[in-house]
Write a protein that binds this ligand. Structure first.
Ligand code: DC
Length: 215
């Protein structure tokens, strides 16, 4: 039977790492909605134009986003999996995510993607706005210090230049922006299970979610 797991939480909580592993274990499709906001952010960033409503609306109207079964991200025919991981694109993704036209288009796309089979989808508004009827909702979080440490290590491993304090400040700013925006802000759904992963290993978090899904 088709099942849906929604995972939300702040930046750097380990959502994508954990969701990929849970998807593999349960044989679900993993859908990374942050990657979609990042693709819109990349398009605006590369246009060289100011990130204002007019330019953001134009970019989202034009953009064609596709995620393949290995979670690679495409803008039209161009693969942008690596480019969208740059820290400045994370900030740009948070900026474009404030606008209604962006949220509308990406939410529709995400709902369509969730129709095909069992999925685990992560983001900021999945349990509250995109898939409010999900079978299982998880709100994944960790202390700011720990999230910054993880994101810093992740960037280092990908050979993307990074500075710890800068990474931490960007996370704080991004959480503030994501939770204070008017449309579909980052928020724990009332029926989501809170998982604080500060002192948990990746395997422990994966096990916990798999257990909850199998219940
Ligand atoms: O999960 P991430 O760091 O890749 O997401 C980048 C930004 O995209 C995040 O700071 C806010 C935005 N986003 C959103 O507004 N809604 C989502 N469902 C996912 C991401």
């Amino acid at each position: 039977m088709k099942k849906i797991i929604a995972v939300d939480g702040p930046a750097g909580a380990g959502k994508s790492t954990v969701c990929k592993l849970v998807a593999k274990k349960l044989n679900y499709t993993y859908i990374d909605t942050g990657a979609m906001y990042r693709a819109v952010g990349l398009k605006v960033f590369e246009s060289g134009k100011p990130a204002d409503e007019e330019n953001i609306n134009a970019a989202v109207e034009e953009i064609e986003i596709r995620l393949d079964e290995s979670a690679r991200v495409f803008m039209g025919d161009r693969e942008v999996t690596k480019e969208i991981r740059m820290p400045e694109i994370g900030n740009m993704a948070s900026t474009v995510g404030k606008f209604g036209a962006v949220r509308k288009k990406l939410t529709e796309l995400q709902r369509n993607m969730a129709k095909s089979g069992s999925v685990i989808m992560d983001g900021r508004d999945i349990g509250t706005a995109v898939l409010p009827d999900a079978d299982l909702k998880i709100f994944l979080t960790a202390s700011v210090e720990e999230r910054a440490r993880r994101r810093f290590e992740e960037l280092k491993a990908k050979n993307i230049p990074a500075n710890f304090d800068k990474v931490k400040n960007e996370i704080i700013l991004r959480d503030k922006q994501d939770s204070e925006r008017e449309i579909a802000p980052l928020k724990k759904a009332d029926d989501a299970i809170l998982l604080d992963t500060t002192n948990l290993s990746i395997d422990e978090v994966v096990e916990k979610i798999v257990e909850l899904a199998e219940d």
